[in-house]
Design a protein around this ligand. Structure first.
Ligand SMILES: [Zn+2]
Length: 120
């Protein structure tokens, strides 16, 4: 680990699914996507990206895959509580993780970037 790397833990609401992610810098220095597509609005997602090899998922058997629109991103929601903790591309090289599911994150300190997913 380099000195700026930081590891975050998160889970779905019922804690069946747990996630650990190591970011190159603290989450407050990352861009977090506030997207207006139908899924992000419906599930209140605030997404930040991480390399696939920096993400560890526990309890994957509790996940249900879900894709929509162009089906480029494979989202997963918990079969038990319905939380969407993350999505990834086809090859799992990049993960989009829901900042709201990460513990100890002050959402007011995040750098939110608006993304017009509804029009793409
Ligand atoms: Zn759950």
């Amino acid at each position: 680990m380099t000195s700026t790397e930081k590891t975050y833990e998160g889970s779905c609401h019922c804690k069946s699914v747990k996630l650990s992610v190591t970011l190159p810098a603290p989450i407050e220095e990352q861009k977090v996507i506030n997207c207006n597509c139908s899924l992000c609005v419906d599930r209140a997602l605030l997404i930040f990206f991480a390399a696939g090899d920096k993400v560890t998922i526990e309890g994957e058997e509790h996940l249900n895959p879900y894709s929509f629109n162009k089906k480029v991103i494979h989202y997963h929601f918990c079969k038990n509580c319905g939380s969407i903790l993350f999505g990834h591309d086809k090859d799992k090289t990049q993960y989009g993780i829901n900042a709201r599911c990460i513990s100890g994150v002050d959402l007011d300190k995040l750098q939110l970037v608006k993304h017009d997913g509804a029009s793409s």
